[in-house]
Design a binder for this molecule. Sequence first.
Ligand code: 13P
Length: 253
Amino acid sequence: MAAKVRPLIAGNWKMNGLKSSALREVKKLAGRMHKAGRTGCDVLLCPPVPLLAPLRVVVKGSRIALGGQDCHAAANGAHTGDISAEMLADAGCGYVIVGHSERRADHGESSRDVRAKAKAVHRAGLRAIICVGETGAERKRGQTLGVIGKQLTDSLPKGCTAENTVVAYEPVWAIGTGLTPTVDDVAQVHAFIRARLQRRFREHAQGMRLLYGGSVKASNAVELMAVANVNGALVGGASLTAGDFWPIVKTCI
Ligand code: 13P
């Protein structure tokens, strides 16, 4: 039996957002959450790094957490342009996404790199959201579970717990395309991920949150969030405005 876990609705803004619109949208979201009273889920926004400081002020006193979209494996050093998990913690983040398919594809990150980054997130005392997912070609070849199994084995470091680790299943072909897997496909992959986590992390696995990501929007959130072993969503495009994100958050109230 799956344990009851508090869902997480996370927004990954990717490389989108400038200060004035970001402040406006997050204020709106915080206002809607405040009006609604208690939410039955955790809410997270992962904006571009320059927006962390201004948004930290806006989310203060709200139940919106902030997170990073990536980090370097080292705590500091000669790594021009990179940001460490410790810096993200210092900037008020509670979470860091690692191994997003856009990082894997655009920056050639291997699962080994992702594991080192996830370790760094844990070292900094933050929660790692570790992403896995098959490409369209891999799904067509029937390799979905094989690919995800290997990504899980290679990307998750030792010492993952329900407290410090979230796994996000994001089929690459569903990201930004408007396409989503069937609920049966999502259920199959999430059950597989849970079983793999159980094998390796034993009792910690039950409480780990497994997010679905890829074209989540208000119109499909209810049915996706109702799937067994789906404990929240990692939302891209539909997390950029309060108007789009709030109805998704609301599915967990
Ligand atoms: P979309 O919701 O825009 O498909 O993006 C999903 C994603 O990649 C979140 O990390």
